[in-house]
Design a protein around this ligand. Sequence first.
Ligand SMILES: Nc1ncnc2c1ncn2[C@@H]1O[C@H](COP(=O)(O)OP(=O)(O)O)[C@@H](O)[C@H]1O
Ligand SMILES: [Mg+2]
Length: 244
Amino acid sequence: MIEIHDVSLTLGEQQVLRRVSFQVAEGATTVILGGSGSGKTTLLRLMLGLYKPTSGFIRIGGEDITEFSETDLTRIRQNMGMVFQGAALFDSLSVRENVGYRLWEHHLQPDEDIHRIVEDNLRFVGLEHVIDKMPAELSGGMRKRVGIARALASGAAILLYDEPTAGLDPVNTFAIGQLIARLKTKGVTQVVVTHDLDTAYRVADRIVMIVSGRILFEGTAQDLRNCRDQSVREFLDPASAVTA
Ligand SMILES: Nc1ncnc2c1ncn2[C@@H]1O[C@H](COP(=O)(O)OP(=O)(O)O)[C@@H](O)[C@H]1O
Ligand SMILES: [Mg+2]
């Protein structure tokens, strides 16, 4: 369970988030929608404890992380996997080394177990055949899927995605949506930042729409389809707003 409670954040001169509250239930998938600069990435960074709210608090698994030390934050982050904007793989490491990176870094398991975990997670994203390739040899869509395999391999129960379908063609966008949908059935808690409405409707248990750092809408996909609020309609269908 992730709980964002009345969170405001000022960075430099700018108030980036204003009194934002929502919850992500355990095993649920919440999609965060919003235009560029609305505060979506900042929200993910807050969940990782990379920013501290100016006011309000954030609870992860029942623990208020707002005043946590770096040591406690490291413990919390071990349970969270991040699929970054851009795939953010290590270019000089093979796919295998990328996916197993966190596990090898901490040496918590025998080598052969790590190899098996890496292989299992690459199979899950349909990429076991590229295990010995370098990131530069892969397409953008493949790199994204390797990023998801890496987040899964670390054993994270919470996955955060920052625009996982940005820059992908429709086929790869669909494939990423499919993966997120399959992870729901495995009980992973997911927060997916995206501009892509199709993906949002496909995977979301709940949708949070954020505009200029404020929540404009929060509810199910069905609630969003039925929502008659003018600003929400304009976001969903700018063309209709122009001609209205
Ligand atoms: N470290 C920072 N210092 C000052 N302003 C920032 C910082 N990080 C983000 N911002 C501002 O906060 C707003 C939201 O940024 P961001 O969360 O990256 O938006 P999004 O991911 O929705 O595109 C933007 O106007 C951005 O310029
Ligand atoms: Mg962003």
